[in-house]
Design a protein around this ligand. Structure first.
Ligand code: LCS
Length: 395
């Protein structure tokens, strides 16, 4: 951003201008894609000095790449952290963070998280000697009870996928710091436009950039933002484990960020319209959306989020069979997992995104058999309402 601009520009301005300067060599307005795996050294001595860390210079794109660094810098700017590190997927970001912060220790995780995160925490990470306790983080008493002497971090999704449960960030951060452990927030659903966890005391803000950051359903990637010390350590782990983001993906995400505030506003307006429509519909049993006063953590959501976001879930009268019929009956909405796309996506968590959980776990964590999740896109609200109204009329 031009240094003449005042220090705290509006949010939209931050998304358009913040963190990515015009290319200093050419003045290119769009960040160049450094589609390159390796970088030439001036001499043997120069190469040795770069490897020894005595001279600054790019070496190899698994270690660092200019396009990737610009994306990471922009995410750190938007989340308000010293630095950020980007990965080939959201799951690669979570894996890196958990392995390097929690190795040999214990993690307290929210009990409603994306099904892939649950599988990593419940099925795989314990094999590496990392224990995970799943608790309902909407009540900090549950978190406090689960903290042990070897707990290294608290991991929460807020709002959570797919129940939209909200965790009080400020209260959880206070608890984490009293025990000298990190609070990691998966901020995928909110984006740094609607919620900036660091401002509420969290230590790390993490994203599946596959969603709103990219925003066009064409890039799988992830990132996390935190202190310089943390990110420097994480970089060492990423260098040796791999899972680095590609330059082209970074460029797609930089392009996505320039319109994120507009897309999120529109997606949210569509979700608000859908939530209010579904709330009144006789064939719908329960609507879970942070923008409804009936949401159990409505007040906390209002306190820490700029708006309720673009994702909602609900139960259709008649359970799983009715949910499937509804999903099969929509015409405009696309039956697909993922979220934060321009197109509205509809899915069935119990058999799709959260099928990594057993029927008992689904019940325990409030993912009912008939739950349907809609991730609103940026179409016209009237068309989405007509689509869902027509589909519900067939039930
Ligand atoms: N965190 C959250 C909150 C997510 O929703 C997802 C993916 C991830 C992390 C993992 O990111 P990825 O590796 O896919 O980039 N959520 C998905 C979903 O709800 N439908 O499909 C993927």
């Amino acid at each position: 951003m031009d240094s003449d601009l005042h220090m705290r520009p509006g949010l939209g301005t931050r998304f358009v201008h913040g963190g990515d300067e015009h290319d200093p060599h050419t003045g290119a307005v769009s960040t160049p894609i450094y589609q390159v795996s390796t970088f030439a050294f001036r001499s043997a001595e120069h190469g040795a000095a770069c490897f020894a860390g005595e001279e600054e210079g790019y070496i190899y794109s698994r270690l660092a790449n200019p396009t990737v660094e610009i994306f990471e810098g922009k995410m750190a700017y938007l989340e308000g952290t010293d630095d950020a590190l980007a990965f080939a997927s959201g799951m690669a970001a979570i894996h890196n963070l958990i392995c390097h912060v929690a190795h040999g220790g214990h993690v307290v995780s929210g009990d409603t998280v994306y099904g892939g995160t649950f599988a990593l925490f419940d099925h795989l990470i314990p094999r590496l000697g990392i224990e995970v306790s799943f608790v309902d983080t909407t009540d900090t008493v549950n978190i406090e009870r689960a903290i042990r002497g070897d707990t290294k971090l608290i991991f929460v999704e807020t709002p959570a996928n797919p129940t939209l449960a909200i965790t009080d960030l400020a209260a959880t951060a206070e608890l984490a710091h009293a025990h000298k452990i990190l609070l990691v927030v998966d901020n995928t659903f909110s984006t740094p436009y609607l919620q900036r966890p660091i401002e509420h005391g969290a230590d790390v803000a993490l994203h599946s950039c596959t969603k709103y950051v990219g925003g066009h359903g064409d890039a799988v990637s992830g990132v996390y933002c935190g202190s310089q010390e943390l990110i420097d350590e994480s970089r060492e782990w990423r260098t040796d484990i791999g899972g680095v983001i590609a330059p082209l993906q970074s460029w797609l995400l930089l392009r996505g960020l320039k319109t994120l505030h507009l897309r999120v506003e529109r997606s949210q307006a569509n979700a608000v319209a859908l939530a209010h429509f579904l709330l009144r519909h006789p064939k719908v049993e329960m609507v879970r959306y942070p923008g409804l006063e009936s949401h159990p953590q409505y007040e906390i959501g209002k306190k820490q989020m700029l708006g309720p976001g673009g994702i909602l879930s609900f139960d259709v009268v008649g359970g799983a069979r009715a949910g499937a019929k509804l999903i099969n009956s929509v015409k405009l909405m696309t039956i697909a997992v993922s979220l934060g796309d321009c197109a509205t996506l509809i899915e069935h968590p119990a058999s799709m995104t959260h099928s990594t959980m057993s029927p008992e776990e689904l019940t325990r964590y409030g993912i009912t058999p008939g739950l349907v999740r809609i991730a609103a896109g940026i179409e016209d609200a009237d068309d989405l309402l007509e689509d869902i109204e027509r589909a519900l009329a067939l039930m």
